[in-house]
Design a protein around this ligand. Structure first.
Ligand SMILES: [Mn+2]
Length: 383
């Protein structure tokens, strides 16, 4: 059986530039994926969450996604989509209404499963995988912390790693009702030991949302994950993040694409297919700056400078490919984004998260008044 695994499409995402907001090009990457699917002829297509970037996606991005699903109808037997933290559950459900109708008419199927569906199945004690041929598909869309804990409140969840425990419980409940040989999990979650990219939602990549690697059941043959934007395999099991389709900003300076897989005798053979897309590049002020801007016409550029005159800056602004110009305080500024990746502390510390956010996104310190306010609230809570 062959499959294609994609995640974190973030359709419709815009980035801020000196010329106002620019919508990233998703049309070309989606067209490439459609083409790959036509050639590779997978039986399964897995879309592991974060289909749309905004809760109210533009009509264009909605249309693009629906066209993408129609292409799947033609070229894939079974398509599975789960919702991510970015997705508007209602929006995906509405798209699914239409699919449900076509599902009845066709041998080929599309399934869209959101956290609302999951919650309903938990409440009705109706958790079971979807069986297709000899494959069982388990789907765990992104679950917001409180609703995860609430759903399992009655079975007594421990405070430490409660979120992870909810996931392992869900998985074992699914597996209780699994009859088929090949078990595949689609999940939108933040797995321990995954390497972040910097564009993941900061609210959902803190220790509260940690899912432990060992909580992914060993009987699962392939884990198709979304949430972390960097393509990677984690640990010895076949646990993969396919990463975002394209770089979503200047911090995602690594290869982006999709995963092609083939499972023979329970062993997946995996390959990564890089897509072609417009790249992001950070340039530092130097004597060849203009030459470099010219040379990288096909990329989005961010210019870092310490002491350029207004005259020169105005010239730079005229280049269409320059999205951002940023003054940095000292020349030792490093372009190595590794230092920017979010440090995971062992406790949930909202102030620390915000401090890190300010440091990375705004390059400024947290206001002292805010620090005092948080301390005050903490005193109140602990009193
Ligand atoms: Mn995402």
């Amino acid at each position: 059986m062959r499959f294609v695994h994609i995640a974190d499409l973030h359709l419709g995402k815009k980035i801020k530039s000196i010329r106002g907001d620019i919508e990233l090009d998703f049309y070309n990457p989606i067209r490439q994926i459609n083409q790959i699917i036509r050639e590779f002829k997978p039986n399964f297509l897995f879309v592991s969450g974060d289909v749309f970037h905004y809760r109210n996606p533009s009509q264009d991005s909605e249309e693009l996604f629906i066209e993408f699903l129609l292409n799947s109808y033609e070229n894939v037997d079974y398509t599975f989509v789960i919702s991510g933290n970015h997705d508007n559950t209602k929006k995906l459900s509405n798209i699914y209404l239409f699919n449900k109708y076509i599902n009845r008419l066709s041998r080929k199927k599309i399934f869209i499963y959101t956290d609302l569906d999951l919650r309903k199945d938990v409440e009705e004690e109706n958790l079971k995988p979807i069986s297709c041929d000899n494959v069982d598909i388990i789907m765990i869309p992104f679950i917001e912390y409180r609703s995860a804990i609430n759903a399992f409140y009655n079975i007594g969840v421990d405070k430490d790693f409660a979120y992870s425990f909810v996931h392992s419980t869900l998985i074992s409940k699914f597996l209780e009702n699994s009859v088929n040989r090949i078990k595949i999990l689609l999940g939108h979650m933040y797995l321990e030991n995954s390497v972040l990219s910097g564009t993941e939602s900061k609210n959902f990549i803190n220790p509260t949302y940690y899912v432990k690697y060992n909580d992914l059941d060993d009987r699962i043959v392939y884990c198709a994950l979304g949430h972390v934007h960097r393509f990677q395999k984690i640990g010895p099991k076949n646990v993969f993040y396919s990463g975002s389709l394209i770089p979503l900003d200047f911090s995602e300076n690594f290869d982006h694409g999709i995963i092609l897989g083939e499972i023979i005798d329970k062993f997946p053979k995996i390959s990564f297919e890089k897509l072609s897309y417009k790249e992001f590049m950070i340039l530092q002020e130097d004597k060849d700056l203009f030459e470099k801007i010219e040379k990288n016409k096909d990329k989005y550029l961010k210019i870092l400078y310490t002491s350029l005159s207004n005259e020169v800056l105005e010239k730079i602004i005229k280049f269409d490919n320059v999205l951002k110009i940023q003054k940095v305080d000292n020349t030792s500024f490093t372009m190595d984004r590794k230092n920017d990746s979010v440090v995971i502390t062992d406790a949930f510390d909202i102030l620390e998260m915000y401090r890190k956010y300010c440091e990375i996104e705004k390059r400024e310190e947290v206001l002292p008044i805010l620090v005092n306010k948080v301390a005050e609230i903490e005193r109140m809570v602990n009193a």
